[in-house]
Design a binder for this molecule. Structure first.
Ligand code: PLP
Length: 296
């Protein structure tokens, strides 16, 4: 039984030296044995970037959009550019090592490495995921929390790294504890100037008048690969799609809201700020079937 697998990249970036003695671009190692130095900046400062990629029936989904976002996040942090070919090969090898399963996941991590060493650290971890069917059908209760940045932070203060998928996710976890204190399961962030942003691990997608929308890019939020796939799904069904800057009060007027992300896929919002929302079970199931079975 191989329910987890791990590959260590010997040269995560062609812009930095390889790790000692490396011949192959990556090595599959025992995922249960220690691999990371206690001095790695991933561990000591959260100084790195990551991606989480869903795997459906043995195929990584939206692999190229994930690799592009990985490279964009690395560039935002001034990390050496990931060698995308080596990462792709390592990902496919980890996926091939896992036991066959309908749903699995891959996490890629690129850190600045051990301080002063000059060589980034990179690894790919794969695991077979548990059952998400409950959250996909029953949905989540969400509260709106202030992220404390203006919606144009990405342009005005790029050093804050908004819109990069950095390893510093302590805030993204803390807000879930705050949600639980408020009797909710998840969060939608709002900018300090009052615009809907994203969830701590998801993109906000909503339907109004038969069209599918999302708040869009350039707001210091991640460009969601799942949202991208769902826009294709909607367009294939003749629906229109669009990007809108909107307030939480305007979002409350949507016909349906979903938090969408790789692995969990589409979780319908069944309660928004304490107010029950309609859940369209049939449409949500169609979205999740599409996401579960997409091949790229
Ligand atoms: N926004 C944030 C902050 C995330 O962490 C994630 C995914 O983890 C997303 C959005 C959704 O991105 P994707 O659909 O590519 O998984």
């Amino acid at each position: 039984m191989t329910r987890t697998a791990l590959a260590i990249l010997s040269r995560p970036s062609l812009d930095a030296p390889a790790h000692d003695g490396a011949i192959e671009p990556f090595a599959l190692v025992d995922p249960t044995s220690p691999q990371l130095s206690a001095l790695d900046l991933a561990a000591t400062r959260g100084d790195g970037v990551f991606e989480t990629i869903s795997v459906g029936d043995g195929r990584p989904q939206a692999l190229e959009p994930h690799l592009r976002r990985f490279a964009r996040s690395a560039a935002t942090l001034d990390l050496p550019a990931p060698d995308v070919d080596a990462w792709r090969e390592a990902i496919l090898s980890v996926v091939a090592t896992l036991d066959p399963a309908p749903e699995a996941a891959i996490k890629t991590v690129l850190s600045r490495g051990v301080e002063g060493d000059g060589r980034p650290t990179g690894w790919v971890y794969g695991w077979i995921v548990g059952d998400h069917s409950r959250v996909r059908t029953e949905g989540v209760r969400v509260v709106v929390l202030d992220r404390g940045y203006r919606h144009d932070v990405e342009r005005t203060s790029p050093w804050l790294l908004a819109g990069a998928k950095t390893l510093s996710y302590a805030v993204n976890r803390a807000v879930l504890r705050e949600a639980a204190r408020r009797g909710a399961d998840d969060v939608i962030f709002v900018s300090s100037d009052g615009y809907v942003l994203e969830g701590p691990t998801s993109t906000v997608v909503y339907r109004r008048g038969g069209a599918l929308f999302t708040p869009g890019t350039g707001l210091g939020i991640l460009e969601g690969t799942t949202q991208g796939s769902l826009f294709t799904f909607a367009e294939e069904r003749g629906m229109s799609t669009g990007y809108e800057l909107l307030t939480p009060a305007e979002l409350a007027e949507a016909d349906d809201i979903w938090l969408v992300s790789s692995v969990r896929h589409a979780a319908p919002v069944r309660e928004y700020e304490g107010r029950p929302m309609r859940v369209d079970a049939e449409f949500t199931a169609a979205m999740n079937d599409y996401l579960r079975t997409r091949v790229d």
